[in-house]
Design a binder for this molecule. Structure first.
Ligand SMILES: Nc1ncnc2c1ncn2[C@@H]1O[C@H](COP(=O)(O)OP(=O)(O)O)[C@@H](O)[C@H]1O
Ligand SMILES: [Mg+2]
Length: 324
């Protein structure tokens, strides 16, 4: 690590004095360096994307994607200041940015794994997501600010959906049609990585992090992406309450949709969820926690059936077996 440029940037932004506090790595994903620093003015987080992702498969992504995340965080806070951390500075020379560190705000995934499954919180996630979608739907300025879909393509559509299509000719036409539809829609501001590990359980509700795939696109993607994680966890953790959480998320989201007929959105989110379930076992970025081949086989079989059924997401979640 070479933090010299970052230290200079922090000093220039007035966030640290002469003595720089230690950089404490935060356990995160595969695509960024993330550090916490306890400064005299309170704790902060510095985040810098990596050019090459830490995954088994060879995978590169431009470091300029930090801009999408900064823009998403600012826009989401303008909808509701509770739902994203405050951006304190950008350090463009390092492709890095700084946000306020939120104390007493555990990561939602860790809460779920510890058995603290709260459907009311899942509902709040659904409402907050839909609030951002509602506020940005039909906005020409948001559409212009987030028009670049290259990152969403490189980090989501290609590795998750098209990667599986390339190795599965039997379902390739269905997956390619989903990818094409997804890329053709410009409906609202999509976060692109709404996973429980990117949501903090804040004192006032959910706080969303990690928006480097943000794009003006199909909001059904965010609903499908988060639902996928909860459904996977019914199998991984053998906890049926995860299905209740998925239902609460979907219901609250649906009830907050104002910009289009919710039925159409739920219909798009169903096959997308099936494709993402499959992607999380056979895509370029499989979830690390489904280590048992038998568990992966369960998800694969269900996902392929669901892909063929093409049900809306309310039916998909309603019929989901709440265990292996
Ligand atoms: N503002 C913040 N307040 C508290 N914790 C944070 C904050 N930002 C990031 N974190 C912690 O760091 C982890 C990694 O941050 P994230 O933005 O998700 O980066 P990555 O792209 O590496 O996943 C999060 O899962 C969370 O635990
Ligand atoms: Mg993350």
């Amino acid at each position: 690590m070479d933090p010299d440029g970052i230290v200079a940037g922090l000093r220039q932004a007035g966030l640290i004095d002469d003595v720089c506090p230690p950089f404490e790595p935060l356990a995160g994903g595969v695509s960024c360096d993330v550090w916490k620093l306890d400064t005299a003015r309170g704790p902060i987080v510095v985040k810098r994307p990596l050019g090459k992702l830490r995954v088994a498969a060879d995978w590169e992504a431009p470091v300029e994607r930090y801009r999408s995340e900064v823009n998403w965080l600012r826009r989401a806070r303008s909808v509701d200041p509770v739902i994203a951390p405050e951006v304190l500075a950008e350090i463009p020379a390092e492709h890095a940015f700084v946000v306020r560190y939120l104390e007493d705000s555990p990561v939602w995934k860790e809460e779920l794994v510890a058995g603290r499954v709260d459907p009311d919180f899942a509902a709040a996630v659904g409402r907050s997501l839909a609030d951002v979608h509602a506020a940005t739907a039909g906005s020409a300025s948001d559409r212009a600010d987030f028009q670049d879909s290259s990152m969403f393509h490189a980090l989501r559509v290609d590795p998750f959906i098209l990667h599986v299509a390339r190795s599965r000719p039997d379902i390739a036409p269905a997956l390619e049609a989903i990818a094409e539809d997804l890329l053709s829609r410009r409906v609202a501001l999509v976060h692109g990585d709404v996973s429980p590990k990117n949501i903090l359980v804040g004192p006032d509700g959910p706080v969303f992090l990690d928006a480097e795939c943000a794009v003006y696109g199909d909001p059904a993607f965010d609903l499908a992406f988060c639902s996928t994680h909860l459904l996977l966890k019914t199998v991984w953790l053998r906890d049926a309450r995860m299905k209740e959480a998925a239902w609460a998320l979907m219901e609250a989201y649906r009830d907050t949709v104002t910009w289009e007929d919710p039925a159409g959105l739920l219909q798009r989110a169903g096959p997308l969820t099936a494709a993402l379930l499959l992607a999380r076992v056979d895509g370029k970025s499989p979830v690390p926690y489904l280590a048992e081949p038998a568990d992966r086989a369960i998800i694969r079989d269900r996902a392929i059936k669901l892909l063929r059924a093409a049900d809306p997401i309310d039916r998909l979640v309603g019929c989901w077996e709440p265990g292996p």
